[in-house]
Design a protein around this ligand. Structure first.
Ligand SMILES: [Zn+2]
Ligand SMILES: [Zn+2]
Length: 252
């Protein structure tokens, strides 16, 4: 219901590592938020658009974002990477925009994609997650930092080894466990404790999370795990060097 009420923005996230720009899960409103004054992001510099899965809250603006990345389809550039079912029956990536980017590609289990030139950013999709449609956890491997995204999924122990990263982003939908296809707070506690990132960020909140004040839940997790945990905010910019420490060292 968070999407329907727009209780939180559903614009997904942008990753910029080593000068390579990737837009992940552009949900409803993503393009307007990116272009808005608070963020001022320019889709025409994107090297890739990635969908973790086809659900509307992750893909609602994918066609608009592809158009923007390719300057209305006038510049053949950028890559689109998505699970196979995002292209097939009831496709969320419209057929007529597929000729705009330089390539449209499939995410597969164990996939490895080099984005932005031969020594560019590496995107790994080590693991298919537990969700009703084909869904992947993402791992971005930069020269200095790795960023892991545990997208929508039920808890799986395999996540703990597959998606280890300096910055770990987790889609935590429920405060209390409710189903087998989304993370709840106890799952987040288990994953963060086991994976020991430098920084963990909780996002993708359902209404039970929002009512419980995500920033307070994040503080509780910090105390319980000894790992710094933050709750994501709309239109938030995070400077990895500042947050994770320059030169691979933690901040003094
Ligand atoms: Zn989903
Ligand atoms: Zn979702």
């Amino acid at each position: 219901m968070t999407t329907a009420f727009q209780a939180r923005a559903t614009g997904g996230l942008w990753v910029c590592l080593d000068g390579v720009w990737v837009c992940v899960d552009p949900g409803p409103g993503a393009l307007a938020h990116a272009r808005g004054r608070a963020l001022g992001l320019d889709p025409s510099v994107l090297d890739a658009i990635v969908l973790t899965h086809k659900h509307l809250d992750h893909s609602g603006d994918v066609n608009a974002m592809i158009e923007a990345m390719t300057q209305g389809g006038t510049k053949k550039r950028g890559r689109v990477l998505a699970p196979q079912d995002a292209y097939e029956e009831d496709p969320v990536i419209l057929r007529y925009v597929r000729s705009y980017p330089a390539s449209t590609e499939l995410l597969v289990p164990g996939g490895r994609y080099v984005i932005g030139g031969d020594d560019g950013l590496v995107l790994e999709t080590p693991l298919q997650l537990k969700h009703p449609v084909e869904t992947y956890g993402l791992r971005f491997v930069g020269r200095q930092w790795t960023v892991g995204l545990v997208s929508c999924t039920g808890y799986m122990p395999e996540i703990e080894t597959a998606l280890r990263a300096d910055l770990l982003i987790l889609n935590v939908v429920y405060r209390d466990p409710r189903d087998e296809i989304h993370l709840a707070m106890p799952d987040a506690r288990q994953l963060i404790g086991a994976m020991q990132p430098r920084l963990a960020i909780l996002t993708h909140f359902g209404l039970t999370m929002l009512r419980a004040r995500p920033w307070e839940l994040a503080e509780t997790l910090t105390r319980e795990t000894g790992i710094r945990v933050l709750a994501a905010r709309d239109r938030w910019r995070l400077d990895l060097d500042a947050e994770l420490g320059a030169d691979g060292q933690p901040p003094a």
